[in-house]
Design a binder for this molecule. Sequence first.
Ligand code: RRO
Length: 316
Amino acid sequence: MNPLAVTVAGVAFPSPLVLASGVMGLSASSLKRVADAGAGAVTTKSCGLEERKGHPCPSILPFEHGLLNAVGLANPGVEEMAREIAEFQARSPIPVIASIFGRTEAEFGEAAARLLALVRPALLEINVSCPNVSSEFGQPFAADAAACARITSLVKARADGVPVAVKLSLMCPSIAQTAKACAAAGADAITAINSVGPGMLIDPHVRRPILANQVGGLSGGAILPLAVRAVWEIARAVPLPIIGTGGVTRPEDALQLILAGATAVGIGTGIYTCGLEVFGRINAFLTDWLAREGLRSLDALRGAAHHPPPAEARHG
Ligand code: RRO
């Protein structure tokens, strides 16, 4: 038996480590590279009804503590993404999570339907939380629990039985309450968190914001404590599997998210800072850890930092 195997919304992942949306998620070839590196599932870049070029460059800004990004939902549109997903599925058995977004609530349902007419991913991720397109679309839907619930219902109605994960943001009054609203609307899993902010960095020499979009979402090591806290609160609020995402670069980071209640752990910016080896390194650490603790799976660790434990066990 594979000790790292986990189940998220009925879908078997051979490792809890998931490629987070936004990094290496645009093509079958790059998804395959991540799967081959040891990811237990891979998430596509979020796609919408039409191709988008995204924000002008510079759109990704590494700094000491992580990344600031304003990619701006650059994607080839659902039909092209469906083709990449199908090609990936022909080349890898690793589950693929198709991430979709809409400019309006209705567009989320439309994007789900158009994608699923062409391909059947293992899960759908509803991205309601992109932090750097507010100049175009207004505040992210994730700031409004009722909007998240309505979008969840719309997508569930068109999902044809494919389980749905909602990707939430901390930029809301209460991420636990938002998760509750999504759960009540039929969500099968919660992904938390998206990048944080937006933030801004200024080049003192030219006296201007560095990102062309001026502001961008913060990711990387600095947001790990925010992700751990978000997963902790969501785990106490809803009996859904959680894909805990944010700031994971070291094996102990992944363990923290699992101890807070995550079933799976997303890695995105960690690939920028550590390379694709991050997946193999964390898988090896978790396997050794379980052996040393005399455990046959991650089940006994999930949520184990809670005293008292969350009301309901989460086994996906
Ligand atoms: O494309 C982006 O700029 C982006 C997205 Br869709 C998102 O969900 N989170 C993020 O940090 N950047």
